[in-house]
Design a protein around this ligand. Structure first.
Ligand SMILES: [Zn+2]
Length: 185
C-alpha cells in the first residue's frame, strides 16, 4: 500500500499559510521589509517610526531579474521593451512623517530645478557656440535626474517573488515593530 496522502497540501502552500498566520501582510526579515503585494503598512513613518502624515502614500514598485541588465549593455531599446513585459509590480501603501515627506518633496524640487538649469546650459552652449557649457549642462542634467531618483524613492526593492516582495530602506525602529518573517527554505 502506498502511504501517499493525496489530500496533503503542497509544502510551499503550508509554509505560506504558517507565514500568514504569524500576522498581517508585512514582516521584518533582518534589515529587510517583506510584504504581500497590495499591503498597507502600519500608520507610522518608515524612516523614523513617528506617526505618519495622512493620507498615506500609494506607491508602485517594479522589479525584474538583475540578469536582464546584461541585455541593456547590448541594446538599450531591446532591454526597455523586454523589461516592460517581464517586470513584476507591487503596490504598497506606506507612511512618512511630515519631516521625511518634506525631505522627499525637496529632492524632487531640487531635481527638477537642476534639470532645467542643465537644459538651459545646453541651450546656451549651442546658441553661443560654447561646447564646454553644453557638456556641463548634460552632466548637470544627468546628475540632477539621478539625485532626484535616489532622493525621492523611500524604499528600494531587492526582490519581487511569486508571493512576497522584499525592500530595503526602512529604519530599524520601524522594522522592530513588525512580526518576524517565517523563513521559507
Ligand atoms: Zn519620519
Amino acid at each position: 500500500m502506498s502511504t501517499l496522502n493525496p489530500y496533503q497540501p503542497p509544502t510551499t502552500r503550508l509554509r505560506e499559510a504558517l507565514s500568514a498566520e504569524v500576522g498581517g501582510d508585512c514582516w521584518r526579515d533582518g534589515k529587510e521589509l517583506v510584504v504581500r503585494p497590495g499591503c498597507t503598512l502600519p500608520g507610522r513613518c518608515i524612516k523614523c517610526n513617528e506617526p505618519a502624515t495622512e493620507p498615506m502614500q500609494h506607491a508602485r514598485f517594479y522589479w525584474h531579474h538583475p540578469a536582464l541588465y546584461l541585455v541593456a549593455l547590448v541594446n538599450l531599446l531591446i532591454y526597455l521593451v523586454i523589461a516592460l513585459f517581464v517586470r513584476r509590480r507591487t503596490p504598497v501603501t506606506l507612511g512618512l512623517c511630515e519631516r521625511h515627506r518634506a525631505r522627499q518633496r525637496m529632492s524632487i524640487v531640487a531635481s527638477v530645478a537642476g534639470s532645467l538649469a542643465g537644459l538651459g546650459l545646453v541651450a546656451f552652449g549651442i546658441t553661443r557656440e560654447a561646447p564646454g557649457a553644453s557638456v556641463a549642462g548634460v552632466v548637470l542634467l544627468l546628475a540632477s535626474v539621478a539625485c532626484g531618483i535616489v532622493g525621492s524613492r523611500v524604499l528600494v526593492v531587492t526582490r519581487i517573488g511569486e508571493n512576497y516582495t522584499r525592500f530595503k530602506g526602512c529604519s530599524a525602529e520601524f522594522l522592530a515593530t513588525l512580526p518576524a518573517f517565517y523563513r521559507t527554505r
